[in-house]
Write a protein that binds this ligand. Structure first.
Ligand SMILES: [Zn+2]
Length: 261
């Protein structure tokens, strides 16, 4: 099989015998579902710089505009569906003892595909909270303007990480722990250039993980990857997960380690 040859015997053996899998996913995975991050096809929002739409400064200078941009994105996400890459990663969770997904995406398509253990480094588009006191906001919202916090009257904002903001410390800490523990670490659809997420594959590599990169073009991770699959995630991941399923049942190695656990 072509993929088997590309990965090589050592990587395939790791896929068959490892207990702890992890994956870092980025915009490339969502793009195949039709979720553009900042460039919408209609050009309605293209006139704004990303910082105007996704930073606290941008929000404070024009809360309505930023809120409408997020409502637009929320409606886009309602219309799209998880793609084969999302579904393959969800299936992987059922094949191995431990599988943690670390994502830079905020669209929750991984969860909709069935993944249950997802660390959202950049928050998510579904939730809102008060920009002043941090209280989660779950009441009704409109498309036009942000609601006011019932506790303090502050402006309610989407629970995503904006430019210039720290990643949620507990999530990042858990992601780093996952990277250090992983035996197999997949890097999928991300240019791996935005820190601190970009450091996770290197952390995993330093701690002995087998690194498999899935990206159409080379990235900084390519230098340390044990295998690089130069394809879109939607075609590469179903094949990879099918191979993992096959080697864990037919080789017997996976079964043995599973039973030992
Ligand atoms: Zn508040």
């Amino acid at each position: 099989m072509e993929l088997r040859k590309l990965l090589g015997d050592r990587v395939v053996e790791r896929l068959a015998s490892s207990q702890r899998f992890a994956a870092l996913t980025g915009a490339g995975v969502s793009a195949e579902s039709g979720v553009a991050t900042f460039r919408d096809p209609n050009g309605l929002w293209a006139q704004f710089r990303p910082e105007e739409l996704a930073s606290m400064e941008g929000f404070l200078s024009n809360p309505e505009r930023v809120w409408q941009w997020y409502q637009y994105r929320r409606h886009v996400i309602e219309r799209v569906r998880p793609n084969p890459a999302h579904r393959a990663l969800a299936e992987l969770e059922t094949l191995v003892p431990e599988m943690t997904l670390i994502t830079q995406n905020v669209d929750r398509l991984h969860q909709r595909a069935g993944s249950t253990r997802v660390l959202e480094l950049h928050g998510n588009l579904e939730e809102n909270h008060c920009a002043d006191c941090g209280l989660p906001y779950c009441d009704r919202i409109s498309d036009e303007s942000p609601p006011r916090c019932p506790a303090c009257g502050g402006l309610v904002r989407p629970s995503v990480v904006w430019f210039g903001e720290m990643l949620p410390a507990d999530v990042l800490q858990e992601a780093e722990r996952t990277a250090r523990r992983a035996e197999v670490f997949l890097v999928v659809g991300t240019s791996a250039e935005v820190y601190p997420a970009a450091a996770l594959p290197f952390l995993a590599w330093q701690h002995g993980a087998t690194i498999i990169e899935v990206n159409p073009t080379p990235t900084p991770v390519s230098a340390i990857a044990h295998a690089s699959i130069r394809e879109k995630a939607g075609s590469a991941l179903p094949a990879l997960v099918e191979l993992i399923a096959a080697v864990r049942t037919t080789d017997g190695m996976g079964q043995t380690t599973l039973r030992r656990r």
